[in-house]
Design a protein around this ligand. Structure first.
Ligand code: F3S
Length: 411
């Protein structure tokens, strides 16, 4: 890699050991991917910032960097915590894990992080700009930043995002390079998508077809909402490893970038998402009966205030059946906003818990089983994946309409 004189001095240790170690890691990654240079980043989002996802080695790495003087030189936010940090006792999370996660969060804060503990940092102020380079982890946030915003980030792991946060640099390869952002297949949406769940199903189909390629999506309406795109991207990232999609007439590069607008995609690389495909995806993620569920989770990715308002209006005056535990996941910032606007009261009266700053993907393995949850229903294919793989329980998807219809009774 061609390093500038300033970057060479960082690598030589002239800015301290933490910067040196971080540079060594980034240069090694850059060499692996034939990067020619480093690019400055505008921000980082850290996954593996809690003991369960970082593991012992990850925690040691973060604390080691801190002890060597590592400090963040760009804005940094963090992904969901392993326990609900505010109501952990009421939710029966183990105290030792809460203490360990609190200590790690404190260390990250001392290094300069905002402990947002959410997978939707872009909803609470961490909103990068078009074409800015980033070092973000969290597949749903990455695909959102690359696609909806037009920022540029690879799918970073915990150590590389941390190293970038300390140096302000990332190797210039992958999705940082315009040539790798050009779509090579097309998904044509041929039916109107009626709600966030159907967007998620279209995203799930897109991920299965695309794998790690960049798809061009046609047929999305220009007024598609932030939350619909968020659900589409999260599902595409979990069924494939889609880190970027372009939606014709919707996402910024698919509007502004001539090469993307005119990308030549052959007929054999064009796929259709119609009624049959929608039905097939429904059967794939939600074939089993909803009535077996004793846990319901909405808010994957973490809910926005617009979603909370919509859901609060639908549950007002109703009550969750006593056999069912009903959670909505969000960030504590959005939860506070919901409290101010009166939505939290509505949820509490309905028996719905607004769970802040955590997620089943970062909770201790098999936590659900130990609490007696054996069957979860959700409207998010990504949540379904983590509830079954990490929490080891039956997990299925259904539409919001079907979920609310089954779970709620009139008060
Ligand atoms: Fe966020 Fe967890 Fe879903 S990290 S995207 S709520 S699986």
């Amino acid at each position: 890699m061609l390093l500038t004189d300033a970057q060479k001095r960082m690598l030589d240790g002239q800015q301290g050991m933490a910067v040196r170690k971080a540079m060594e890691l980034l240069v090694a990654v850059g060499d692996c991917f034939d990067a020619q240079e480093m690019v400055p980043i505008s921000s980082a989002h850290l996954v593996s910032a809690t003991p369960t996802t970082a593991g012992k080695a990850g925690v040691k790495f973060i604390l080691g960097m801190k002890e060597m003087g590592g400090r963040f030189v760009v804005p940094v936010t963090t992904n969901p915590n392993c326990v609900e940090p505010f109501e952990w006792e009421r939710m029966d999370f183990p105290k030792d894990l809460r203490d360990a996660s609190k200590a790690l969060s404190q260390s990250l804060a001392e290094m300069g992080a905002f402990n947002t503990q959410t997978c939707t940092p872009y909803l609470i102020g961490h909103a990068p700009a078009y074409r800015q380079h980033l070092a973000w982890g969290e597949s749903s946030a990455i695909v959102y930043a690359n696609s909806r915003i037009g920022s540029r980030t690879n799918r970073e792991g915990g150590p590389t995002a941390l190293a970038s946060a300390i140096t302000g640099l990332t190797p210039n390869y992958g999705l940082h390079l315009p040539a790798n952002r050009i779509p090579t297949l097309q998904i044509r949406i041929d039916i109107p998508l009626r709600d966030e769940y159907e967007y998620a199903l279209a995203g799930y189909y897109t991920g299965r077809i695309s794998e790690d390629r960049v798809p061009l999506i046609t047929g999305m309406p220009a007024n598609v909402s932030l939350d619909e795109l968020k659900c589409f991207g999260a599902a595409a990232a979990v069924s494939g490893s889609v880190a970027l999609f372009h939606a014709q007439g919707v996402t910024p590069e698919a509007i502004a970038n001539e090469e993307i607008v005119k990308a030549r995609i052959t007929d054999s690389d064009t796929y259709r998402f119609g009624t049959e495909e929608l039905k097939a995806m429904q059967e794939l993620v939600g074939a089993e009966a909803i009535r077996q569920a004793n846990l319901v989770i909405l808010g994957c990715p973490h809910a926005s205030i617009a979603q909370l308002r919509n859901w609060a209006m639908q549950v007002e005056g109703k009550k969750v059946k006593s056999s069912i535990e009903f959670w909505i996941l969000s960030s504590n910032v959005v939860k506070s906003y919901a409290r101010d606007l009166g939505y939290l009261d509505i949820f509490e009266r309905a028996g719905i818990r607004l769970v802040a700053n955590t997620c089943p993907a970062s909770m201790p393995r098999d936590h659900f089983k130990s609490k007696g949850f054996h069957w979860v229903v959700t409207n998010s294919p990504k949540l379904r994946y983590y509830a079954s793989t990490r929490q080891g329980i039956q997990a299925y998807c259904s539409s919001l309409e079907a979920i609310l219809g089954h779970c709620l009774t009139t008060r």
